[in-house]
Design a protein around this ligand. Structure first.
Ligand code: NAD
Length: 261
């Protein structure tokens, strides 16, 4: 019997089979959770529907997280079809491509607003809408990156959005703790996905990561999925407001070691 048997999870952010949200969904499914999916736009349905089918999900609903009316109708449908839920996954981010190269100071007002809205505020709005559906001891999880803490070339406004997202995790944890619900984030190392492809220089950074990280390998969506299982299960019943690293240990290194070999 899986450790998530009897739990229902609503997952936002599957775009294709490389998405971190898909790694999380597969791991939750393996541990017995019943899954439901929301995707961003109609064009994605032909990719998301077959994946949802693979894990036996029949709730697959579109929701553009920049739109309040979409959020409202999504959660009305979730309430009607799923009843209560136990796990909420936010694996969503967006910034215009032209904000993810060049210097951070070139960020436009519009670009800043859009990135913060979709990559940060949507998590807060999502949690608020999900609250009436939560069973006792529910768990929320967001995805973040090291660029929230340190300046990473070209990550720019997305780093600022992730810093705000990590702060949101702490405020939401404080709000929801007395209701017995938990809120955490996973900070993943670089993974080659659709979103990552938008960051200028990502490929080289992904390659060089294995030289610097203690485990000398890149992380996978399976690694992230397995950590998500822990954080969303009762094994982590005493853990909330945390940013948990799944990054081959990259974040603990202060100075690059002399080249190996
Ligand atoms: P991805 O492109 O597969 O996923 C991003 C998702 O965000 C997509 O499903 C996309 O449809 C969704 N999205 C964008 N705008 C939206 C909107 N308006 N409404 C609803 N959904 C919207 O890429 P990914 O790398 O799996 O990204 C998932 C999360 O992981 C993001 O928060 C990302 O910042 C984070 N992350 C990624 C990496 C990495 O290296 N890939 C590392 C750390 C954290």
């Amino acid at each position: 019997m899986g450790i998530l048997e009897g739990k229902k999870a609503l997952v936002f952010g599957v775009a294709n089979n490389r998405s971190i949200a898909w790694g999380i969904a597969q791991a939750l499914h393996r541990e017995g959770a019943q899954l439901a999916f929301s995707y961003a736009s109609a064009a994605l349905l032909r990719r998301v529907a077959p994946l949802a089918e693979q894990v036996g999900a029949d709730f697959i609903e579109q929701c553009d997280l920049s739109r309040d009316d979409d959020l409202e109708s999504l959660f009305a449908k979730a309430s009607a079809q799923l009843g209560n839920i136990d796990i909420l996954i936010h694996s969503v981010a967006f910034a215009n491509r032209d904000e993810l190269n060049g210097p951070y100071y070139a960020t436009s007002r519009e670009g800043f607003r859009g990135a913060l809205d979709i990559s940060c505020y949507s998590f807060t709005a999502m949690v608020r809408h999900a609250l009436p559906l939560f069973n006792p001891g529910s768990s929320c999880l967001a995805m973040t990156y090291y660029g929230a803490e340190k300046a990473v070339p070209h990550y720019n406004v997305m780093g600022v959005a992730k810093a705000a997202l990590e702060a949101s995790v702490r405020y939401l944890a404080a709000d929801l703790g007395p209701l017995s619900h938990r809120v955490n984030a996973i900070s993943a190392g670089p993974i080659r996905t659709l979103a990552a492809a938008g960051v200028s220089g990502f490929k080289a950074m992904h390659r060089e990561f294995t030289e610097l990280a203690p485990l000398q390998r890149n992380v996978t969506i399976e690694d992230v999925g397995n950590a998500a299982v822990y954080l969303c299960s009762d094994l982590a019943a005493g853990v909330t407001g945390e940013v948990h690293y799944v990054d081959s240990g990259f974040n603990v290194i202060g100075v690059a070691a002399p080249s190996r070999g």
